[in-house]
Design a protein around this ligand. Structure first.
Ligand code: M6R
Length: 599
């Protein structure tokens, strides 16, 4: 997730772009750059926060330009990889948010035709494609270039030869136009320009637009000019940064159809090789996963995936305990999962493992984080920054990365048939719609949250791969609502926790119609025998469950491993609404930090 901005008007573009980028830095902030245009094109880039860029850009007075704040997905955090990217002649500049899936092929073709590349990014191919198609009309060249792109993009271009014009295009990445008086803005999000105008036009997939001082023209995917409504937003800048949601956590929950698509984009195929995670890791004899908190629960689910799909013995250990555990197996692979890549306990566990000669694969959301620098291999979850302290979109992406890695290893090891992998791939592609199915049940989940919001204790139970989901559901609820919550393997209740059950203790049961189903129903009956209210999270076709429980929240029918992801979203919404109804400070719960950098 990166942020883009473009401005054409009468004000100083340097100021507008830098200010807009600061407002967009919640979308990423590992590097930033601007391209100012007058009789020449001048590009400035800097690694680090926008303020560093600001110090470097002299006080030039131009009235048009584009800018970018980056969250790296292709290519490390370097000045060369920062946007804008330019063509060989440095006449055309582009900023991009999204992922160009076929950039490797395009780059090779362009190099063969003599183009010189200066970065490792997927974006740079776009500048060179536009250069090839350019004959004095930027919009025509952009139209022709984007036809060659596979993937997602919000793009904004300027050309030295047409200094009064910005051309922008969108496919599956957000893009919005700000309409001022004799000035126009284009950006990933409204806060970038809200100080200057609250009149906006939302650009849809396949649409392109041309901004000049005279106005905005919008075109559909067949290059036919179209009329679009101007909407007036009455948000404050703070509200706009949360896209109108009351909390970052809720915004991030709702981002998941998009974030999960970004996580698998360009990495899965119906046909062989099926999965390409671009890590050259050999299939190990065994795996040890180390992680903390929510990432640890993703790791627990990963154990089920690696053992079932790839038949690789897997242990999942808390990073903070790993060092005290006996034997370290240097023939095994260590997988360290960390959203931030900065969690001190996980870094210590990884350093310890490396001393024993283990290879380490990191799964993280933050390129260039300490974890990526220590690890031998890295898989990025590509969610964009997560601001709410409670992990949401990064958890579902971690689950997906573990599943894709297990499929890859299973294929290499021959423990899973091609047809089954194809089935998984089909379902992975549908994940955005599976998540949307749950988001559409938001009001129903809110109603059920009303029922638990005043309880002292809530239990979460699950079996098999849904046991870690129960643990995560409990963690989510306790950390943001301050309700005491515990997660249990459903079979364990009778070994002690039953003593705590009363009719005032709701039990949230994650039910899957897999090999655990009958046993799970039996556990629910045992709970009901103690008169505790039961909320089942069950698939949409499971009608039997209704007769045993008080409430059912539905998720779509999918293979059990896939269903973890929509189930996680149910648990996130349940925790969110309970906390919100209790008036808790959801994005910054007491005593907690987003990144825990002390052991
Ligand atoms: O950045 P990490 O994934 O390493 O963080 C680990 C935990 O601190 C984190 O998952 C924490 O439990 C979550 N914020 C809970 O929602």
């Amino acid at each position: 997730m990166c942020g883009i901005i473009g401005y054409v008007g009468f004000r100083n573009a340097r100021e507008i772009l830098l200010e807009g980028l600061k407002r967009l830095d919640y979308r990423g902030y590992d590097s930033a750059g601007i391209g100012l245009i007058s009789d020449k094109l001048i590009v400035y880039k800097e690694v680090g926060e926008i303020e560093k860029l600001e110090k470097q850009v002299p006080a030039i007075n131009t009235t048009a330009g584009i800018g970018h704040t980056r969250w790296a997905t292709h290519g490390g955090v370097t000045k060369a990889n920062a946007h804008p990217h330019t063509d060989c002649k440095k006449k055309i500049a582009v900023v991009h948010n999204g992922i160009i899936e076929n950039f490797k092929e395009l780059r090779e073709e362009l190099i063969n035709r003599g183009h010189k590349f200066t970065s490792d990014t997927d974006t740079e191919v776009v500048a060179h494609l536009v250069e090839e198609a350019y004959d004095g009309c930027l919009e025509k060249a952009v139209s022709s270039a984007i036809k060659k792109l596979k993937g997602s993009y919000a793009l904004a271009f300027v050309s030295k030869d047409e200094p009064d014009k910005i051309v922008a295009a969108r496919k599956e990445s957000p893009l919005v136009i700000g309409v001022g008086d004799n000035e126009y803005f284009v950006a990933s999000d409204i806060p970038a320009f809200l100080k200057y105008t609250n009149r906006v036009i939302y650009i849809e997939d396949g649409e392109k637009c041309i901004l000049s001082r005279k106005g905005v023209k919008i075109f559909d995917e067949n290059d036919k000019e179209i009329e679009k409504d101007i909407n007036v937003v009455d948000w404050s800048i703070e509200e706009a940064e949360k896209a109108g949601f009351s909390h970052y956590m809720l915004k991030e929950i709702y981002e998941q159809p998009r974030s999960i698509a970004d996580s698998f984009r360009g990495r899965i195929y119906e046909k062989e090789p099926h999965v390409t995670l671009n890590v050259d890791v050999e299939v190990p004899e065994s795996i040890t996963i180390v992680a903390c908190g929510t990432s640890f629960y993703a790791g627990l689910a990963g154990k089920y995936m690696f053992e079932e799909i790839a038949d690789i013995p897997t242990k999942t250990e808390l990073s903070s305990e790993y060092r005290y555990l006996g034997r370290k197996d240097e023939t095994g692979l260590i997988i360290a999962i960390s959203q931030s890549g900065e969690t001190a306990d996980t870094l210590a566990a990884v350093r310890g493992a490396k001393k024993y000669g283990c290879k380490v694969l990191a799964i993280t959301n933050v390129v260039g984080s300490s974890l990526t620098r220590i690890a031998d291999y890295t898989i990025l979850t590509r969610c964009g920054p997560e601001i709410g302290v409670a992990a949401t979109k990064t958890f579902t992406a971690q689950l997906l990365m573990l599943l894709m890695l297990a499929l890859d290893m299973g294929l290499k090891k021959g423990t899973i048939e091609d047809a089954r992998v194809e089935e998984y791939i089909t379902h992975i592609k549908k994940l955005p719609s599976y998540i949307q199915y749950v988001l559409n049940r938001n009001e129903e989940i809110k109603r059920i949250a009303e029922e638990i919001k005043d309880k002292e204790t809530v239990f979460f139970i699950g079996r098999g791969i849904n046991y870690p989901l129960a643990l995560e559901g409990a963690l989510k609820l306790k950390e943001i609502s301050y309700i005491h919550a515990e997660g249990f393997a459903a079979g364990e209740l009778k070994h002690g926790p039953f003593a705590l059950l009363t009719e005032e203790t709701p039990v949230v049961a994650v039910v899957a119609r897999d090999k655990t189903y009958e046993k799970m129903l039996a556990n629910i009956r045992e709970v009901k025998a103690r008169n505790s209210p039961v909320v089942a999270i069950a698939d949409e076709k499971d009608m039997d469950v209704e007769s045993y429980v008080d409430e059912v929240i539905r998720y779509p029918v999918t293979p059990p491993v896939i269903s973890c992801i929509p189930i996680a979203v149910v648990l996130q919404l349940l925790a969110y609404h309970a906390a919100n109804l209790r008036g808790c400070p959801i994005d910054k719960p007491r005593n907690l930090a987003k990144s825990v950098t002390v052991e």
